[in-house]
Design a binder for this molecule. Structure first.
Ligand code: SAJ
Length: 426
């Protein structure tokens, strides 16, 4: 086969799909038999791919398997396994090392191996390379080795594998060129980094940059409330600067399996070298403080209306980590709900993507009818701005609304927002 993809999740499967689409012979390897059987049955378990996409892959010869011996046939092998946060605060490289061991057992001369999993700089050369060389083959000579960060943005309708520029960094110049020409077959723009460490660092820089800048506006949101400044408006104004400013928006916290996680890999690594990484520590602290701020704003809103949180019905809108996807990892909704429940609020939730939801081990009643739920709640807190939660609908039916995502900010200034007791997390 032209390509073997190890790890068929939200990174590996779209990669396999794109390579298959342009005619490459692709094998998918995963340890999870449910994943493999589901794919064999033409079912997609990834938001960004439909069952039709998977059927198309199968028709074009894609095969999913748990049998690592098939790696022996692959000219290129790409590792797309998860690197969750370990207890020590760095990446848990268990899946990466076991994938590398599987490869080493079947590695043939001339094969290109690429690591895509997000990790600290040095992993490709200090961790993966030695395991692969247990095969007796020498990296950079008998086989080729590179790192190429994944840039999948789950649920993003405009950017996919083919049109998101791909950074590649080779162990040697030759490795880099081979990796660049491999990806160049199905990715429009390929960028060569100086080496594997630069490519590993590029990914962490991208996501730490996001993490820190979200924390910046989150911290500003808290004092803007006191200053009487509509921060959302200031962000819209600052966004008119055509160069050098990128808008980030305050929210109830930072979720997902990348932005709150990836910067830890960097601070973990540099800490072992004796360096603090204060930007990340500060960003983590500020972002983690946002659920408490949401609670404070909720209490203020209810008190202004003469209600006590402990005797109020609070509706949470949207419990996933970002709009219009089903993923709940690190979603701030749960810390927000925990704090409200601890204060005695009666919680219900609405989320078209989440069929059941538990907080502090107790199931939170799910509301089906949005308008009815809005009308019955003493306070509605919009935590995740799913497309269904249109501003005019919220303003018309919600009795009290705490909009933590600035959905109402998208109303024209003359919008109905002015007519109702609404409050933003500024
Ligand atoms: N968030 C804010 N304010 C913002 C932007 C995001 O509060 O201005 C929150 C979101 O609500 C969410 C979290 O931060 O809870 C992460 O948001 P995200 O848009 O970064 O979502 P991810 O983690 O799914 O995707 C990111 C990718 N996002 C974009 O580039 C838009 C990208 O950084 C990576 O491709 C991906 O993580 C990854 O795999 O690293």
């Amino acid at each position: 086969s032209d390509l073997a993809v190890i790890g068929l999740g939200y990174v590996g499967l779209p990669l396999a799909h794109e390579a298959t689409r342009i005619g490459l012979k692709v094998i998918g390897l995963d340890v999870n038999t449910r994943v493999v059987d589901g794919l064999a049955a033409g079912k997609s378990h990834v938001d960004d791919l439909s069952d039709r996409d998977v059927a198309g892959m199968l028709a074009a010869g894609f095969r999913a398997t748990t049998d690592a011996s098939l790696l022996a046939e692959a000219r290129t092998i790409v590792i797309c396994v998860p690197t969750p946060l370990s207890d020590e605060g760095g990446p848990d490289l268990g899946a990466v090392t076991s994938a590398a061991k599987s490869i080493a057992a079947h590695l043939r001369p001339g094969t290109l191996v690429v690591l895509e999993s997000t990790t600290y700089p040095g992993t490709t050369e200090e961790v993966v390379r030695p395991i692969l060389e247990e095969s007796g083959l020498v990296a950079g000579e008998d086989f080729h080795l590179a790192f190429s960060p994944e840039r999948i943005d789950p649920g993003n309708p405009s950017f996919g594998v083919a049109n998101t520029p791909k950074v590649v960094g080779g162990l040697t110049e030759r490795c880099g060129e081979l990796a660049a020409s491999f990806y160049g077959k199905f990715v429009q723009t390929v960028v060569q980094a100086r080496g594997t460490r630069e490519a590993e660092m590029a990914k962490l820089l991208e996501n730490t940059y996001r993490h820190v800048n979200i924390a910046l506006v989150n911290e500003m949101a808290i004092f803007c409330q006191e200053l009487g400044v509509d921060l959302w408006d200031s962000i819209a104004c600052a966004s008119t600067k055509p160069f050098g400013f990128q808008a980030f928006y305050p929210g109830p916290g930072v979720g997902g399996h990348c932005i709150p996680i990836d910067p830890n890999y960097l601070s973990y690594k540099v800490k072992t070298l004796g360096y603090p990484f204060r930007f990340v520590e500060l960003a983590q602290e500020i972002n983690a403080r946002m659920p408490a701020y949401v609670l404070q704003r909720a209490q203020e809103l209810l008190n202004d209306a003469g209600l006590a949180l402990s005797r109020s019905k609070v509706l949470l809108l949207g419990v996933t980590y970002k709009a219009d996807i089903a993923d709940q990892r690190e979603s701030p909704a749960r810390p927000v709900a925990r704090k409200l429940a601890d204060k005695g609020a009666t919680l219900t939730y609405h989320d078209p993507h989440v069929a059941e939801w538990t907080v502090n081990g107790r199931s939170v009643p799910r509301r089906e009818d949005l308008v009815e739920a809005l009308r019955e709640a003493d306070l509605t807190i919009l935590v995740t701005d799913h497309s269904e939660y249109q501003a005019d609908l919220l303003v018309e039916h919600a009795r009290l609304l705490l909009d933590t995502r600035g959905v109402l900010r998208r109303l024209p200034p003359s919008g109905v927002a002015a007519q109702r007791t609404t409050a933003q997390i500024e």
